[in-house]
Design a protein around this ligand. Sequence first.
Ligand SMILES: [Fe+2]
Length: 258
Amino acid sequence: MINMVDLHCHLLAGLDDGPRNWDDSLAMCRILAEQGVSHVAALAHQCERWNVQGDSIRVAVNELRQKIADARIQLEVHAAAEVMACPDLLTRWKMGKLVSLGDHGRHLLVEMPHGVFVDLRSTVRQFTQIGVRIILAHPELYPELLHEPGTIEELIHLGCLVQISTKSVTNPETKEDSKALRDWIRRGCVHFLGSDGHSPRKRQPLVIAAYKKIVDWTNESMAKDICFQNGLRVLKGQPVHVKTPAVERRWWSVLRLW
Ligand SMILES: [Fe+2]
């Protein structure tokens, strides 16, 4: 069976818009384990709407670990949060209010405010300076990043890492989105995969089909880095070393050189 990491899954019962109860959480854990996921970032939103306290996440993760052990499900869960970008993000981090991926204090999963594109360059710079890497959650959902040549590369250059959602790989909104995402992956602009699962029914934590498509688009070695190796390092608190993305090859970027 393929070993995989899901770096973005709402698994904690009753904390946010994820599973409503522990039965649903466990059903999601079974879905993950059956696909070969061995490690998952069990997260909750830390944003205006769902401002879940860090200790609530940690307590819920410990409770889930116990339930997983009782149910004999082969899955390791790691505390995490999906933090919404805001002007006082660094202050909130320094106050200890935010939960990093794996709770090691090295990688913070950050999402854009819903439906709004914000320039994250200064945020990425500030966190890089204090030794924390921002991992951008599903940036492919923002056309300003996916279809604007050079923008994601600049964030990566500043220290940012990129997590995409499985659904963007398997069920993209448009053909253009699919092509652009494939291009990102091939050029090394994508570092992690996450299901963004919320429930065992409507928004299931599905990863295997996306993994297979990434293998088709690239090769097994690159797919394993994105779907397993890089995420495992983050969840263990180890640094992730990534290459500089390859040069843009879309025809209009060639024109820009003239
Ligand atoms: Fe999410």
